[in-house]
Write a protein that binds this ligand. Structure first.
Ligand SMILES: NC(=O)c1ccc[n+]([C@@H]2O[C@H](COP(=O)([O-])OP(=O)(O)OC[C@H]3O[C@@H](n4cnc5c(N)ncnc54)[C@H](O)[C@@H]3O)[C@@H](O)[C@H]2O)c1
Length: 289
């Protein structure tokens, strides 16, 4: 069932401390939604809240990878707001390195956030969403949930998994008031590259250069991305692509289902990941964590 308005809705956004999540908080607030905002980074979350005026917004420090913590978060939001009508599973991370350079622990770290974080959110909030006459879940996948270039084994697999999970769950919810949208952004100018980890055995070039290249290649602003996502909710779109690059990659994938991956890998690596010059790897404390 289509949500006619977001005015008076209660919206949960994970990863609201930065980028698309922060812009979503601002866009939803401008549409009259009340907000339950979550992020691992509480300082960033408070910064997001300080940008919202005249909106009821509560913040929750949360690791979406932790199933019990997400369940506790859902119960706390239920206590604080009494109901939830929109859930946006947005929190996500990136990891640099080819598969043979990554440890299973690093692969698992990304998967627990990008995929399991989405599953945890849906599991814990679905009972609340089902109580509403109209409700909506948005899961943020990626253009790398449509095509997976070399160098993106963990990220691509997690975002394909989000897409498959969303498609199947959407089918199961057909007879309820809960609708679903899977979002596939192309490059969005956020902190995702700056916040990314490199595998302990990965030898990427300097972080700063990588970030600059990402920001140059990413054409869409987080504000534009947030507007497109909110429009997708109000139009009850099953799938939302964001940015000309996302549409281009999708068309390439349809035209060249096999050859598109090396084509896109070579484009992406030229833009964002030129050959390694110096060892980087995870920070020491993360390596031993
Ligand atoms: N920026 C892009 O080009 C792009 C493209 C496609 C998809 N996406 C997806 O969009 C989503 C948002 O990314 P963004 O670009 O705004 O990145 P970002 O790094 O700017 O923001 C991500 C936020 O998620 C939070 N976060 C990270 N791990 C968390 C955890 N375990 N629990 C709770 N919060 C956590 C971070 O603290 C941060 O505030 C991600 O799922 C990402 O994969 C981004």
């Amino acid at each position: 069932m289509k949500m006619k308005t977001l005015k008076g809705s209660v919206a949960v956004v994970t990863g609201a401390g930065s980028g698309i999540g922060r812009a979503l908080a601002q866009e939803l607030a401008s549409q009259g939604a009340e907000l339950a905002l979550a992020d691992l980074n509480s300082a960033a979350l408070e910064e997001t809240r300080s940008l919202l005026s005249g909106t009821r917004a509560k913040t929750y420090t949360l690791d979406v990878a932790d199933a019990a913590a997400v369940e506790g978060f859902a119960r706390k939001v239920e206590q604080d707001f009494g109901r939830v009508s929109v859930l946006i599973n947005n929190a996500g991370v990136a990891l640099y390195g080819n598969f043979d350079e990554l440890t299973l622990k690093e692969f698992d770290w990304l998967f627990r956030i990008n995929f399991w974080g989405v599953v945890h959110g849906c599991k814990s909030f679905l009972p609340l969403l089902k109580r509403e006459p109209e409700a909506h879940i948005v899961n943020i996948s990626s253009v790398f949930g449509l095509i997976a270039p070399a160098g993106q084994t963990a990220y691509g697999a997690s975002k394909f998994a989000v897409r498959g999970f969303t498609q199947a769950l959407k089918g199961e919810l057909e007879s309820t008031g809960v609708s679903m949208t899977c979002v596939h952004p192309g490059g969005i100018r956020t902190n995702i590259a700056a916040n990314a980890r490199a595998g302990v055995n990965t030898r990427p070039e300097g972080w700063e250069e990588r970030q600059q290249r990402f920001l140059k290649a990413a054409r869409t602003s987080p504000e534009k991305a947030a507007q497109t996502i909110v429009r997708g909710i109000l139009r009850n779109k099953a799938r939302v692509l964001i940015g000309g690059d996302a549409y281009f990659f999708e068309a390439l994938q349809r035209l060249f289902p096999v050859r598109c991956s090396p084509m896109i890998a070579s484009w992406f690596n030229r833009q964002v990941a030129p050959p390694a010059q110096e060892p980087a790897g995870m920070k020491e404390k993360e390596r031993s964590a």
